[in-house]
Design a protein around this ligand. Sequence first.
Ligand code: DAK
Length: 253
Amino acid sequence: MLDINDGIAVVRLNRPDALNALSFTVLNELSDVFDQVGHSKARALVVTGSGSKAFCAGADIKELMDRDLIAQRDGAVLGQATFLKLDKLPVPSVAVINGYAFGGGLELAMACTFRVAMPNARMGLPEIKLGLIPGYGGTQRLPRLVGQARALEMVMSGKTIDATEAERIGLVNRIVEGDDPVAIGREFASQFTGYSRCVSLFAKEAVQRAAEVNLEEGLRVEADLSTLAYQTADAAEGMNAFVEKRKPVFKDE
Ligand code: DAK
């Protein structure tokens, strides 16, 4: 499921016959994989689905049936914790949505730092049609990405949106052309991998905190993290390189 090459980790869901549906086994595997990525030297992560039809069609509906409430709640906590691990990775992640991203599949994509959509992407949180609501973070991350009104519409109607609409409402960063989701993801991720790893992490952390705290608290976080960035050897190198009119050599320190 995990491949790390040229500093970029690639996770590819691999259940194409079930449209890459998230069984509990897959969720546990993802949890391990995100730990491995966090401890590796990878500078970015690409997440995508195998097969030509789906990024991920959501939680495995067949497996969700006939479970008692404690098991269901444990399942929700497992999915949430797994996706939080992805959200909080020290490196940026990009979901390449290559087909359907429904329910837990869209929740997985929303836990990535960035999302890009191939033209055949179709997205939605259709849980309401099953008599359910999202359980892996969708009700919390969708409004943070697209605003409450659009999130309520998607969650309460269960409607599907295409790549153009997803780009219009800011659910995906952009629509990407090409046949190979891994190559697309690597190219998108490569715009972030040439900088200081620790400074990039401060940048990610500062922007992500904006969605969680009030302005005053957020400004304090920014003052602290920008001062930490200033103290790195990479900041000295970056500023020296500018003055000396040369390319900086960052060492992640
Ligand atoms: N789960 C299990 N199997 C799935 C699946 C899914 N989510 N989606 C597709 N499959 C399987 C199909 O059953 C079929 O398998 P076979 O019948 O061939 O064995 C195979 O994948 C191909 O699917 P289709 O034949 O349906 O393919 P089509 O191209 O005709 O249709 C489709 C594609 C994506 C429109 C359709 O498959 C579809 O509507 N799939 C379901 C999408 C969906 O509703 N996703 C959201 C699932 S709910 C929780 C609370 C809530 C949740 C989780 C946890 N806790 C409290 C723990 C909810 C989370 C969800 O994600």
